[in-house]
Design a protein around this ligand. Structure first.
Ligand code: ATP
Ligand code: MG
Length: 565
């Protein structure tokens, strides 16, 4: 859609509401999956070639900055050059072969992107991990992934050393640092000595490319395996239709390097489109830094988590001008309509929500040009036949709540994950009848828009009513005192379960009379949504338990309520 449109109009996006003529974009999106495919060779090197021939707009492939105003800009050619040298390090001194697993735990440093590309070139299987991982988390990942090589920086090297001896598989430790460390090879020093000639290994489209640990929102993170084509070709949908990227764009996605969303947005989807990946290496999410960055760099497209938008709209946005910003997106959790409205009031821009999982690429989204219905995460992605099904895997009529599911028969979509690594039973449990079940509940309306109800385990059953936490959280955040909240079930002798809200108050309301505030919030929820959903219990908390990627861990609060370990 966008490509054809740019060529014809020389314009950046589909004209508003033009999406209608592409309603059935699945008809446009029928990529042929070749037998062999490698993203580095077949996509990145092609951009580098175009750059060399003057056939590509001047826009860096990677634009990296940090809080100290250091800056690195790499063209596709420079990215290719550095990554080829690193590939020679992986296959030379590190002695890694195609199929060997590489655990990469780095903050947002340029080397993170180089390792991504070098793993593609060498056919080694990349396993990213978040840099906030503890020794215990790392040991769990080393054990379950059987990684042969680990790559990290100085901050985590001691943690790794404390557990590395417990792994039977780990053979190589590669350090990103200016200094030497006993027992570690140095990535920078070896790369500088390595040749920049490297022949990319042949990879079949369905060879394993990466293993991601899921966010761990509901339990232990699961090792989710993807093939070369599932991300390398499948994420075209994200880049082209959802992010609406072109060669002109500068795209900033703030997610942590350990999360699949970073591979989606800051590697594959952006580079498929030849866009510039912008990275700000912030030690932690800071609203002032984010707003200043959006105003001082020519960022055209911005994607962050709902939790970040909730923090951003509490700032005085009128102090900033985002001159280049044209397209804003969010994913990972539901975004509250209230937050979308505040963002639009201050920036003039909508937030286009996307819905997906580590196991999938984008499942559904609000695509540029499409009418947004606040509270709905849009329509199915052209890559998938998304249906709402009952527990037996039978499609339910529009307007009925059920399991959000993807059709996998007669053909399994190539961009769906290969399986949970070494866990065929768990993989099999995701499938029912002709469908892959996401584990999420939702509704499709008459216009084909999907509405999120909650994760299967998060839905509250109170006195015969089914209540999705999101609806109650949306009602609460509309109240001026509420910064954010998490709604879970709590045991009740009569109703079985009741609705309980954990509420974080805005600064100005922390000293208010708590009993009065509880009564007021309960009245407010009864007024703005069906009264049976109001939280019979409310507890004020300083913060909510969240995953590294910023998702609310309702399971933790629920377990506390029910006295479970
Ligand atoms: P785990 O599977 O380990 O419990 P996780 O499901 O949070 O963790 P991810 O794969 O990162 O791991 O997240 C996918 C899930 O995030 C989806 O199944 C859904 O529950 C939620 N999600 C993603 N985007 C949205 C969205 N726009 N609206 C509502 N929920 C979303
Ligand atoms: Mg999940």
């Amino acid at each position: 859609c966008t490509r054809a449109w740019h060529q014809v109009q020389g314009h950046k996006t589909c004209a508003p509401n033009n999406f209608k003529q592409y309603e059935n974009i699945s008809q446009l999106y029928k990529p042929e999956v070749p037998e062999y495919f490698n993203f580095a060779k077949d996509v990145l090197d092609k951009w580098a070639e175009r750059e060399k021939n003057g056939e590509k707009l001047q826009n860096p492939a990677l634009w990296w900055v940090n809080d100290q105003r250091a800056e690195i800009k790499w063209s596709f050619e420079e990215l290719a050059f550095h990554s080829r040298r690193l590939s020679n390090v992986l296959s030379g001194p590190c002695n890694l072969q195609k199929g060997d697993r590489v655990l990469l735990i780095l903050p947002r440093l340029p080397e993170w992107w180089l390792v991504n590309v070098a793993c593609l070139r060498t056919g080694t299987v990349l396993i990213p991990g978040a840099s906030q991982l503890t020794a215990r988390d790392i040991l769990y990942r080393l054990h379950t992934s059987k990684a042969k090589c680990v790559i990290t920086d100085e901050s985590l090297a001691p943690v790794l050393d404390s557990v590395a001896h417990k792994s039977d598989f780990l053979k190589v430790k590669l350090l990103v640092s200016d200094r030497k460390r006993e027992g570690w090879m140095n990535l920078g020093a070896l790369s500088r000595m390595a040749s920049s000639d490297h022949t990319c290994v042949e990879t079949k489209s369905d060879d394993p490319m990466t293993i991601f640990f899921t966010s761990g929102t509901t339990g232990s993170p699961k090792m989710t395996q993807h093939s070369h084509c599932s991300f390398g070709i499948g994420l075209t949908v994200n880049g082209r239709y959802w992010l609406d990227l072109t060669e002109q764009d500068v795209f900033w996605n703030t997610s942590d390097t350990g999360w699949a969303k970073t591979a989606w947005s800051s590697v594959f989807a952006a580079w498929i489109q030849g866009a510039c990946v912008f990275v700000h290496h912030m030690p932690r999410f800071d609203t002032t830094t984010v707003l200043q960055t959006l105003s001082s760099y020519p960022i055209s497209t911005f994607c962050t988590a709902p939790t970040a938008y909730r923090m951003l709209v509490q700032e005085d946005l009128s102090r900033y001008t985002f001159q280049n910003l044209q397209h804003c997106l969010s994913a990972g959790e539901p975004i509250n309509p209230e937050v979308m409205e505040k963002w639009k009031d201050n920036t003039g821009l909508n937030i286009y929500e996307g819905y997906g999982q580590t196991e999938t690429v984008l499942i559904a989204g609000n695509f540029k040009g499409m009418k947004i219905k606040p509270g709905s995460f849009g329509k199915p992605s052209p890559a998938y036949d998304v249906q709402v099904v009952d527990d037996d895997g039978k499609a339910v009529p529009n307007g009925t709540e059920g399991n959000l599911a993807i059709r996998v028969k007669p053909l399994k979509p190539f961009c769906l994950f290969t399986g949970y690594t070494d866990d065929p039973e768990r993989t099999a449990q995701c499938y029912k009848g002709d469908f892959y079940l996401t584990g999420d509940r939702g509704v499709m309306d008459q216009d084909g828009y999907l509405w999120f109800v909650g994760r299967v385990d998060d839905v509250i059953l109170s006195a015969g009513y089914r209540i999705g936490p999101f609806e109650v959280e949306n009602a609460l955040i509309e109240h001026e005192a509420v910064a954010e909240s998490a709604v879970v079930s709590s045991p009740d002798p009569i109703r079985g379960e009741i609705v309980k809200a954990f509420v974080v108050l805005k600064t100005g309301f922390k000293l208010h009379n708590q009993d009065q505030l509880i009564a007021e919030l309960q009245r407010h929820v009864k007024k703005v949504t069906a009264p049976y959903k109001y939280p019979r219990k409310i507890e004020f908390v300083k913060e909510l338990p969240k995953t590294v990627s910023g998702k609310i861990r309702r399971v933790e609060l629920r377990n506390k309520e029910w006295g479970r370990p």
